[in-house]
Design a protein around this ligand. Structure first.
Ligand SMILES: Cc1ncc(COP(=O)(O)O)c(C=O)c1O
Length: 392
């Protein structure tokens, strides 16, 4: 077949680090091994029944078979505003401060294209969710990383950014509860961020994908709960994790009116909005009973405890995540994150994500998803114990 060349833009996209890993796991499974896959971030629980029922009912309504309004249905934007008021005490104008998204990822990748010109600087956490880099590459912007270190509870230390970088930076991505480190943000950190952003005219995009998932009774803070946040940025929320709706592709951006209208303008050119039945079901998720979310948090917390307590019992001194559904585990001395992940896959048939895949400062860690049953997580502990690496 004649090879039709792709654009330079496409060629400039970052390599998908985890694609190789997924392929390798597939090979082990094809060989008949019982692989416990904790390397990815795909929620394992089903969407709550009342949300599925709403989709089924709404799918039968011929009104939903038509094009939806370009910027999404008003009732969904109202549901978003109601949700932020009831969950966070934050007032949102549904007409000006909400953009409906095809999942959080779509918004995160669109934002650099909405706000940046080629060569503009974006501040990105390292380690961090790889899709921030995709948006930066599509906008032909320049990335400057902000190291997340254990000693600062995986919050960036802004003193590391030079005055020159700060004056040139136009955009900053943050993400708490954090993927991959499981850290959560404090109000003081968000206050410091808002001050820095407003002094240097940086737009802050807070990725709140794991907003619902906080442990030990702690409810993660929304960026918008902190005074002045709307002046400097937006928050991206997704229904993927809170309601196990990763396959449905629905999320939203809330906050600064000018950023919201920039997202809506770009989206007007790229798409018509989501299937109306998905929008109805999303509104049901946000405004319906929330007990399912509490149950989900309890489930992840039990899983976290099985894993972390189990690993402690082996003599592996790991830190428990405070939120998200990931544990960020320091690898034993003398091994790189890839070497250790390979040992776990090859000898214990456990797949974890090597920290280096999330950036240079992810080296020395592996990310483990709490996305299998307590029984399987106990099995992971047993398999690691049999490797004989850890001594009490
Ligand atoms: C940190 C973070 N942000 C955003 C997303 C995007 O989620 P979605 O596109 O399903 O809304 C994910 C998904 O894994 C994530 O881990």
């Amino acid at each position: 077949m004649k090879q039709i060349p792709s654009s330079d833009l496409l060629k400039s996209l970052p390599k998908q680090f985890f694609a190789g890993l997924v392929k390798k796991v597939g090979e082990y499974i094809a060989e008949g091994h019982d692989v416990i896959n904790l390397g990815q971030g795909n929620p394992d629980q089903p969407t709550p029944g009342h949300i599925v029922a709403k989709l089924q009912e709404a799918a039968a309504n011929p009104l939903n078979h038509k094009y939806t309004p370009f910027q999404g249905h008003r009732y969904l934007k109202q549901a978003v505003a109601d949700y932020y008021l009831s969950e966070y005490g934050v007032t949102i104008d549904p007409d000006k401060e909400v953009a409906i998204l095809f999942g959080g990822k779509a918004g995160l990748v669109e934002i650099p294209q909405c706000l940046l010109n080629p060569g503009d600087i974006v501040l990105v956490p390292d380690p961090g969710y790889p899709d921030y880099l995709s948006g930066v590459a599509l906008a032909k912007a320049e990335m400057v990383t902000m190291p997340l270190r254990a000693q600062y509870n995986f919050l960036p230390d802004y003193r590391e950014l030079s005055a020159e970088i700060l004056s040139e930076a136009k955009l900053m991505f943050l993400n708490y509860p954090n993927n991959p480190t499981g850290a959560i943000a404090t109000a003081e950190f968000f206050e410091e961020t808002i001050k820095l952003a407003s002094e240097n005219d940086i737009c802050v995009v807070h990725d709140f994908a794991y907003g619902a998932i906080g442990f030990d009774g702690e409810k993660p803070l929304s960026f918008l709960q902190v005074e002045g946040a709307k002046e400097v940025g937006i928050e991206i929320y997704t229904l993927s994790k809170t309601y196990n709706m990763a396959g449905w592709r629905v999320g939203f951006a809330v906050g600064n009116e000018s950023v919201i209208s920039a997202i809506e303008l770009l989206q007007d050119h790229l798409y018509v909005s989501l299937f109306g039945a998905v929008q109805e079901a999303a509104a049901e998720a946000l405004t319906g009973p929330q007990e399912c979310v509490k149950e989900l948090i309890r489930l992840y917390e039990r899983r976290r405890n099985v894993l972390i307590e189990g690993l402690h019992s082996l003599g592996w001194n790991v830190t428990a995540p405070k939120g998200s559904f990931f544990a960020w585990l320091k690898v034993p001395d003398g091994l790189s994150s890839e070497e250790f992940a390979n040992i776990l896959l090859e000898q214990a048939h456990v797949m974890v994500a090597p920290g280096i895949g999330f950036g240079e400062f992810g080296e020395g860690y592996v990310r483990v998803g709490l996305l299998s049953t307590e029984k399987r997580l106990a099995e992971v502990v047993g398999r690691i114990s049999r490797l004989g690496i850890f001594k009490k």
